[in-house]
Ligand binder design. Structure first.
Ligand code: ADP
Ligand code: MG
Length: 582
């Protein structure tokens, strides 16, 4: 479609806004244009955090010579014509504003040639005024150089952060598009140094390796759509629970191949990891969400960073299910933490550190509990293959003994396993309680001597309001005047001396509000904790075998409900390495 200025009624419906806030905004708009132009090779380059230069070169369709000036007019686009088009936008751009906005606040040089034209065009614009135009010879495609961003708007210049911060944003952008479009070759150079280079093979896994390194990619679990008929398709990769991040920076979402930053999506995914990650830790994910364009409103945010879903609930449910299913089927045992060697990922970390991104806020492989590639449990047929969904289960383990009255040491296929007896039993109890609660059959015990417990007034109000909910878990609690309560029955296995503490924690969970866990779940977590064997408790051989056997049968045997590991694995290979045998 030729470039044209949108009629006023369409222009008015477009969620306009000042789209250019910082160098990464320029890079984003230019990259999106290159993608819309069908480019296979997209190069992004910046100098001095992008203040001096942001340059994007592509081998896309190019701009026809007689349309070059028009491309810089406001609301000039080749991507839509009518208001209806807005409801099923298939391109990344649609407002026809970006080039105009960028050109207004910089010194811009465009060099382009349409594939079907002989001669290309070079156009120079300063602060929105065309200052030069000439015909040039060049390959088909487009090259836009944006220099001295905000030179004529000093107020905006002042808002820019340190060069390293600005360049880190561009690095994340380039990496994200590299992941969204694995079939295109995307490179990013910062001050002449190559930071991102994807190969363009079309495989998301290859893109993951290019962006995060092999170490991380190997710890990712693939999500494959299970139902080709479903309205929402979710695919991509999510990290095994052992691979964690301290923030949400590495949760990357694409909706119909548009890069979206959406807290609700991040929340849906984090929920799917519930009880698999410690509080405050986040997974690394790259998710492609595909649904009919009519189901998504892409026109709600000035920089198109957010979208609105018409069926949000169904979408989140689909995402959670997809993530959860993949994790259940494939998650790995954290290997014993080994000192990081001089691996490729390590070198990359150094490089990024010199780029100014501290590992804590990093976008790349950092701060992971290393899980050696050989640490994955045997997924194929083994002694437990007859069990349903055996891939998620533990291998058969032979108990050797107890260490420090806290850890069970066991031998299994491929090495030594250390099991945290408390964490493991917590997991077992948590699943038992969940099953019992679902069947409305929590096993309870009558107390020989009813207990009287004291709460604070605030706690008492909450406890009183939830006496019935607690009854579903086997508690018989009666208010006894003031902040005192009488307890006659508790869930089985809860030692009387723990009752007051457990109830206090349950009420505190109520006080904290819904946070992420539902209160019901906090309840089971607390009860699991208080009914599990403790660290420091001597266990007989029989008890240990029993515990390990139950853990083998658990649905999520690898972490306790708080997300701590229950089991670590020292592989034969690791042992051989540590002892210098290889
Ligand atoms: P939009 O992307 O919303 O259409 P822009 O201001 O970003 O608006 O671009 C205006 C028009 O210029 C586009 O519709 C497209 O036709 C053309 N254009 C911009 N960049 C490129 C490019 N890299 N290759 C080919 N055409 C481009
Ligand atoms: Mg655009």
């Amino acid at each position: 479609m030729p470039i044209h200025v949108l009629p006023p009624d369409v222009a008015a419906k477009i969620a306009a806004g000042e789209v250019i806030e910082r160098p990464v905004s320029v890079a984003k708009e230019l990259m999106e244009n290159a993608i819309d132009a069908g480019a296979n090779d997209i190069r992004v380059e910046i100098l001095q955090g992008g203040r001096r230069l942001v340059r994007v070169t592509d081998d896309g369709c190019g701009i026809a010579s007689q349309e070059v000036e028009l491309a810089f007019a406001r609301h000039a686009t080749s991507k839509l014509t009518s208001v209806e088009d807005l409801y099923h936008v298939a391109t990344l751009g649609f407002r026809g504003e970006a080039l105009a906005s960028i050109a207004a606040v910089s010194r811009l040089t465009l060099s382009t040639r349409a594939a079907d034209e002989e001669v290309g065009t070079l156009l120079r614009i300063e602060g929105g005024e065309v200052v030069g135009r000439e015909a040039i010879g060049r390959p088909a495609g487009t090259d836009i150089q944006v220099e001295n961003l905000f030179y004529n708007t000093p107020a905006r210049l002042k808002f820019l952060r340190a060069d390293t911060t600005e360049s880190a944003h561009v690095a994340r952008l380039a990496a994200s598009y590299g992941l969204a479009y694995p079939e295109r070759r995307i490179t990013f150079q910062n001050n002449g140094r190559l930071v991102v280079r994807t190969t363009g093979t079309g495989s998301l896994y290859d893109a993951l390796v290019a962006v995060y390194g092999l170490d991380v990619a190997e710890q990712m679990v693939e999500i494959t759509p299970t139902d080709p008929e479903a309205a929402v398709q979710v695919s991509g990769y999510v990290s095994a629970p052992a691979l964690q991040r301290a923030n949400r920076q590495d949760m990357t979402f694409f909706v119909n191949r548009r890069w979206i930053q959406d807290n609700a999506l991040a929340y849906a995914v984090t929920e799917a990891y519930h009880t698999l990650l410690p509080a405050g830790r986040h997974p690394l994910v790259v998710l492609n969400i595909t649904l009919s364009p009519e189901e998504v409103d892409v026109n709600i945010h000035p920089t198109k960073r957010e979208v609105r879903f018409r069926q949000g609930r169904e979408l989140f449910a689909a995402i959670q299910k997809a993530v959860r299913t993949a994790l259940m089927a494939r998650h790995m045992i954290p290997a014993a933490v080994m000192p990081p060697g001089p691996t490729a990922a390590w070198e990359r970390r150094q490089e990024l550190a010199s780029l100014g991104t501290s590992p804590a806020q990093g976008r790349f492989p950092m701060e992971v509990y290393r899980t050696a590639p050989d640490a994955a449990p045997p997924a194929g047929p083994g002694p437990i293959a007859a069990l349903p969904s055996s891939g998620e289960r533990l291998p058969m383990l032979r108990v050797l003994g107890q260490v420090a009255q806290t850890y069970i040491i066991a031998e299994g296929p491929g090495g030594v396993y250390l099991i945290d007896q408390h964490a493991a039993h917590e997991r077992i109890r948590f699943e038992e309680l969940t099953d019992q609660h679902a069947a409305a059959q929590v096993v309870a015990q009558e107390l020989l001597d009813p207990l009287t417990i004291e709460m604070s007034p605030q706690q008492a109000t909450l406890l009183e309001a939830h006496v019935d909910d607690l009854a579903h878990y086997g508690f018989d609690i009666t208010p006894f005047g003031g902040a005192t309560f009488m307890v006659r029955r508790t869930p089985a296995g809860l030692p009387p001396q723990h009752v007051a503490e457990a109830l206090g924690e349950l009420v505190d969970a109520l006080l904290r509000g819904g946070e992420s866990a539902s209160w019901d779940e906090s309840m089971r977590i607390t009860l699991a904790c208080h009914t599990a064997v403790r660290a420091g408790q001597t266990l007989s051989q029989e008890e240990m075998r029993d515990l390990v056997r139950q853990l083998e049968r658990a649905h999520m045997p690898h972490t306790c409900p708080h997300g701590r590991p229950t089991i670590i694995h020292l592989s034969k290979v690791q042992l051989e390495k540590e002892f210098g045998r290889r």
